[in-house]
Design a protein around this ligand. Structure first.
Ligand SMILES: [Cu+2]
Length: 301
């Protein structure tokens, strides 16, 4: 069966598997396709047999008795049993394994990234050196594909955004899939994973790449006129190379964002100071209390 399995998956043109769980996905694809092939051959043979057997020249007069045996019933029951075996014996256990292991994977300190789909591309938001994602506020969106990190949350200062997905080989990864405009479908075929990217939600999925490679990431959901060009890059690299890349990106992001935050807060400080100056000017008049109540706005009268 494994030899046959290989030929079917290869015959379908599915790229080689590079992930830990991908073998069982291929096995299921293989089983389903052999079953469909058997059904195709079986039903086609039955159809041709029926055409020949009930040809009008052979049966000028209709039979009022119909089929006298139960062969077709037995065949139908056989197909139903086989389908039940496929579902209960293969598909459900595979799905259960994917979901049951999620907690275990979370405990293994996986690499995390948020995947943001947009018309027409993918962005990756890494949590940076502290391992914590900054607060996400989707109202802060500036442009399509924006990860919407709240600049006021210090946890987000070392977060960095990359247009390429980089992951270390052999380490589990959890990707949280989302989108900023319409529904996309995030798919990495050599990793045998796919997940709809839905605006407003972060949906996690996990896998473990087993070999280094550079491959493409595609959109599996017709999402607009540029859908076909929505191809991204994924690089699975050595752990050392990944760590130094992530560190470099995170350090640069922290320097940039903390500086920006400092500028914003000092600008706010200046504003406060000028507000105070205005207030003190006004309070030298008669309306001291009212003006203080509406500090920051215009005078109440
Ligand atoms: Cu898309």
């Amino acid at each position: 069966m494994p030899i046959l399995a290989k030929t079917i998956v290869e015959y379908l043109g599915i790229p080689e598997n590079y992930s830990e769980h991908g073998g069982s996905v291929d096995h299921l694809i293989d089983l389903v396709h052999w079953f469909m092939l058997a059904l195709f051959v079986g039903w086609t043979a039955f159809f041709l047999f029926a055409c020949w057997k009930f040809w009008r020249k052979r049966n000028p007069k209709a039979s009022y008795h119909g089929v006298q045996n139960h062969v077709t019933t037995h065949l139908e029951v056989g197909v139903a049993i086989f389908e039940a075996v496929l579902l209960l014996g293969f598909a459900f256990p595979l799905w259960a394994e994917r979901t049951d292991r999620f907690e275990d994977i979370q405990a293994q300190d996986p690499v995390r990234a948020r995947v943001i789909g947009y018309q027409f591309g993918w962005n990756y938001h890494y949590p940076g050196a502290d391992g914590k994602f900054g607060r996400i506020d989707r109202h802060l969106i500036q442009q399509a594909g924006d990860p919407c990190i709240d600049p006021e949350d210090p946890n987000g200062w070392d977060d960095f955004v990359s247009p390429i997905l980089k992951l270390p080989v052999g380490e589990p990864a959890i990707l949280q899939i989302t989108a900023t405009d319409v529904i996309h479908g995030y798919a990495i075929v050599p990793m045998r994973i796919q997940q709809d990217a839905i605006p407003g939600t972060d949906i996690p999925m996990w896998f473990r790449p087993l070999k280094e490679l550079e491959t493409s990431v595609v959109c599996a959901q017709l999402c607009g006129e540029g859908h076909g060009d929505m191809v991204g890059i994924m690089e699975v690299i050595s752990k050392g190379a990944f760590t130094s890349w992530a560190k470099e990106q995170s350090t640069a992001a922290y320097a940039r964002n903390s500086k920006k935050a400092a500028e914003v807060s000092s600008a706010a400080g200046e504003n406060d100071a000028s507000d105070e100056a205005v207030e003190s000017t006004l309070s030298s008049g008669e309306k001291t209390e009212e003006t203080e109540e509406s500090a920051g706005g215009e005078g109440s009268e």
